[in-house]
Ligand binder design. Structure first.
Ligand SMILES: *Cc1c(COP(=O)(O)O)cnc(C)c1O
Length: 423
């Protein structure tokens, strides 16, 4: 029985998958079962921040795996303390407390639960709890019931109602709508500083500052979903600092790039006081309030610590900006009308295609058609919405790898732009 038959017989078909079967990776390169080589500008959707099988990460996993994989949060896990200290001291650089989860969606569920607790502690004028979390249209926060309900996309929620109540989806980057949308029951605002899955759309500095000011004014928690954008991906340790660096959020969620490929996520709560008695925000989530069997086990924490130390010591956030400039300047020289815009920051870039110029057979989206052609020529990129593909290479991608990828993109898009000369 072929691998794909085995798959369809036994694995739930929740994903539309490319036929590619990767079997080995090294840095920015990936090889499939036929031995064909690819440049991987998908990086497991911004997960493999140091590329595949980085020696420092492999060594950390190997080392820890030989000592202790898992013990349960019934006991002390020093690797969690080391990782949390690394994050607080060097990446967030604001005092806070961290809870470790296994994924991004779970991290957001933790933020949502924290917002609910906050709404009980700081209720409405009539004493009833505040509970609502404002999120934004085209956002993506995950697939659990909580994080899916937070997600402002009907196609992700279709057929799963009743959703978790207590969310309101407002237009992104619209200050007037936000001012009008805050209600007595509102407890928090949750947003991606740069919307990733929704097509790579950055919050404007004016909008982000308005969000922060409205949170202070109305006593709301300011929550950033940095699951795709965090830890150097966008040119700073945290993406919001590329937009409005003076802002101090109340909560942050992470996953994806923080583990470099091991399943780990986390949420962070600011140590600030939330009332006149000086109650710190993290005190809302005390013993018994939340938990995860695997969350932050020694193996994943050791791997994540190696990833984050490498990102910091090699200054890969700054490198991401240099590579962004190289990509933008090269693409500008092509003067290809099929590319209408490049959005994003650092190495989370969205290339916007003119859908009129991409022939789309069998109801496929332009982004899927282009991603498939690029794959045939040896470059992997993930789509983001129907007309955008993302460039998400590892943060340590070299100039040579960038140039090789750009040459493939130029060849494919030039051929699409002039169909008669296409091979
Ligand atoms: C990927 C992603 C999530 C969900 O993370 P999972 O690990 O798939 O649960 C949530 N928010 C954002 C912004 C993401 O990019």
């Amino acid at each position: 029985m072929s691998n794909s038959d085995l798959f369809s017989q036994h694995v739930l078909a929740t994903y539309g998958r490319f036929p590619l079967v990767p079997v080995r990776g090294e840095g920015c390169q990936l090889w499939d079962e036929t031995g064909k080589r690819y440049l991987d500008f998908c990086s497991g959707i911004a997960v493999c921040s140091l590329g595949h099988c980085h020696p420092r990460v492999v060594a950390a996993i190997h080392d820890q795996a030989g000592k202790l994989l898992h013990v349960s949060n019934l006991y002390q896990i020093p690797q969690q303390a080391q990782l949390a200290a690394e994050i607080n001291t060097h990446h967030v650089r604001i005092p806070g407390k961290i809870f470790f989860s296994n994924s991004g969606a779970e991290a957001n569920d933790g933020l949502i639960k924290s917002a609910r607790r906050f709404g009980h502690k700081r209720p409405q004028a009539d004493g009833s709890p505040r509970f609502e979390v404002i999120t934004f249209q085209q956002s993506f926060h995950g697939r659990t019931l909580g994080s899916m309900s937070a997600t402002g996309q009907a196609k992700i929620q279709a057929g799963f109602d009743p959703l978790l109540p207590g969310f309101r989806y407002l237009p992104f980057n619209n200050i007037v709508a936000l001012e009008a949308g805050i209600q007595p029951q509102t407890a928090a605002i949750l947003l991606e500083p740069i919307q990733g899955e929704g097509g790579v759309h950055s919050a404007t500095p004016e909008f982000l500052r308005a969000v922060a000011n409205l949170c202070r004014k109305h006593d709301l928690l300011l929550l950033f979903d940095e699951i795709q954008t965090g830890f150097g991906r966008c040119g700073d340790a945290m993406a919001w600092r590329m937009i409005a660096p003076e802002i101090e959020p109340d909560g942050i969620s992470w996953a994806k790039g923080m583990g470099g490929g091991v399943p780990i996520g986390a949420f962070w709560l600011n140590d600030r006081a939330i009332d006149d008695a000086g109650t710190p925000l993290p005190a809302l989530m005390g013993p018994g309030s939340h938990g995860s069997t695997y969350g932050g086990n020694p193996l994943v924490c050791a791997a994540s610590l190696a990833v984050l130390q490498e990102i910091r010591e090699k200054e890969l956030a700054a490198h991401a900006i240099l590579m962004e400039v190289r990509i933008r300047e090269t693409i500008r020289t092509w003067q290809l009308p099929i590319i209408t815009e490049i959005r994003g920051s650092g190495l989370l870039l969205g290339v916007q295609l003119d859908p009129e110029l991409v022939p789309t057979p069998e109801g496929k989206t332009p982004a899927l058609v282009v991603a498939t052609r690029l794959m045939e020529r040896g470059l992997l990129v993930p789509p983001a919405g129907p007309n955008t593909f993302r460039l998400l290479p590892p943060l340590n991608v070299t100039e040579e790898e960038i140039d090789e990828a750009l040459a493939i993109i130029q060849a494919v898009l030039t051929a699409l732009n002039s169909p008669l000369s296409a091979t």
